[in-house]
Design a protein around this ligand. Sequence first.
Ligand code: NAD
Ligand code: UDP
Length: 331
Amino acid sequence: MTFMNILVTGGAGFIGSHTCVALLEAGHQVIVADNLSNSKAETIDKIKQITGYGVTFYRVDVTEEETVDNIFANHSIDGIIHFAGYKAVGESVEKPLAYYYNNIVSTMVLAKASKKYCVNRFVFSSSATVYGENEVPFVETLELLPTTNPYGETKAMSERILTDVSRANPELSVSLLRYFNPVGAHESGLIGEEPNGIPNNLMPYVTQVAKRKLDKLRVYGNDYPTVDGTGVRDYIHVMDLAEGHVAALNNLTEGVHIYNLGTGQGTSVLQLVVAFEQVNNIEVPYEIVDRRPGDIAECYADVSKAKRELNWTAKRGIAEMCRDAWRFENG
Ligand code: NAD
Ligand code: UDP
């Protein structure tokens, strides 16, 4: 295997920091570009604490063309993993311009720099949200349906931009990774998900209820056509997801490749709550409330393509996801 110099945008964030760990452990070198708009500088030190390897860190905004150009001019970069972006679905409805600007301009600036500096490997953080209300399991060949929010649209648009750039410049190989529901934390408990304010997502909400920071979980609807009426998602341990990026990078061949990164297993809200209670031996009080607007009943992946082409499958189950999320909350 060749060891590479990888630019990780958003590398101080939740998925980015775990991916830095996986890249360093696989022998690659890492340059992080992050403006810390949703993360902390300490995370960079924690990455070193976990792996024993340092990363080069730039506190920069990757929508700024000149700044990004300087990074490419100063390093011999072999590949880019582009995580940087805003990700809150609800907020994107309130602030569409901020979302389109940050998420689309960053992709364009990086694609432009990769062309100028002949960096031919580009891995992009996309989302299962681009499938919209297709039939489950979601398979990569499905035609994308409109999403219900600007955030989802920025992912679909970034996918199209990178696809067009690669078509026009076939030397640029692109991997579009559609994540399902990343949860959990590094098993050390040193890095994990730290949402600002009250969490929107299920797992951080559950950990804060268990910790008694919030009084009870509100389960959004129990009348969906699912196993127990509550929403079903494909939760994936963030370290499995991180390792999926290393596999995508190592197996990148000419053209544009789309991969679902999930487990292929659906878990309902109540199944996740019960698993969390059992694994961590702690109670999670909840009440059933109305459905959350925009939610779909079920979302899970067909993961056969990533297995076949990347030789990658998720190894960690719901129990590890609950254990590590709780360990991080208590860290
Ligand atoms: P995160 O907010 O923890 O990480 C994103 C990082 O990007 C943060 O550290 C933030 O400071 C940084 N950032 C944002 N805009 C920037 C800019 N203009 N310049 C430099 N840095 C900037 O989010 P995450 O959960 O780690 O998600 C990473 C990527 O994966 C995002 O693109 C997100 O949309 C995508 N994704 C996340 C999920 C999920 O559930 N977490 C699901 C699907 C896709
Ligand atoms: N959910 C819930 N209560 C919460 C947060 C989420 O019942 O406080 C449900 C939500 O309706 C969905 C599942 O948990 O069925 C996962 O939601 P999350 O926001 O984590 O991910 P997404 O909806 O983006 O898949």
